[in-house]
Design a protein around this ligand. Sequence first.
Ligand code: 16G
Length: 243
Amino acid sequence: MLPIVDKQSAIPIYVQIEELLRERIAEGTYPVNSLIPSERDLSAQFGVSRMTVRQALLNLVKEGLLYREKGRGTFVAEEKMEQPLNGLTSFTEDMKARGFVPGTKLIGFSIVQPDAQIAAKLGLDGEASVYKIIRIRYADNTPMAIERSFLPVGLLPELTEEALQGSLYAYIEQQAHLVIGQATQRMEAALAKLDDAEYLQISLPAAVVLIERISMLDDGRPFEVVRSTYRADRYKFISEIGR
Ligand code: 16G
């Protein structure tokens, strides 16, 4: 039986094909990471041209619902991670809450003099030094984000590389006995830079979401400025909004 493509409709045929493919993915006819039928097969199934199928597939690839592998075909992508923007949570907590095993690769750990911007955001004067920490964060071994963090050495004088293999927030609360209060976040879209694309194992050009978080202890002292690069193909950000 041919699926219904309405050629008289005002809705372009490629959009109708997109919808039909979306349904098949949602129903599990095409499971996550499975190879979907070729353009030729789909055009025969839907009774439309290969050009039309190609357009629909291209749009679904752009949207992140499908991905392509050179020489192998088009596959169904994993569902994006839904990241709430309401609570001040840690990466480790976020991953665990979703049933993923959080992972960290520490690729930078040094003590530096902050530039004027970072110093101002952390409320530091010219003398104070900061940790500069770069970590790749994983969910079940898939790289999800890169975090470049700056923390005042004075607040966490005993911070070690070992502690950063696990949760920074757990260290702050349980080892350093500080109380985390609130944070301000700014988000913007960007194209991934070459080194970040390598860390995230994505091919260029690729969209990413940049988030800067400035976090404070409950007494108002800023304890971190973090610039994170999130994979736009793996993340959706959700916020609850009331009128
Ligand atoms: C999140 C935070 C980051 C924080 C980290 C601590 C955003 C944008 N960033 O990734 O600021 O440093 O969690 O995670 O949400 P951890 O306790 O697992 O090390």
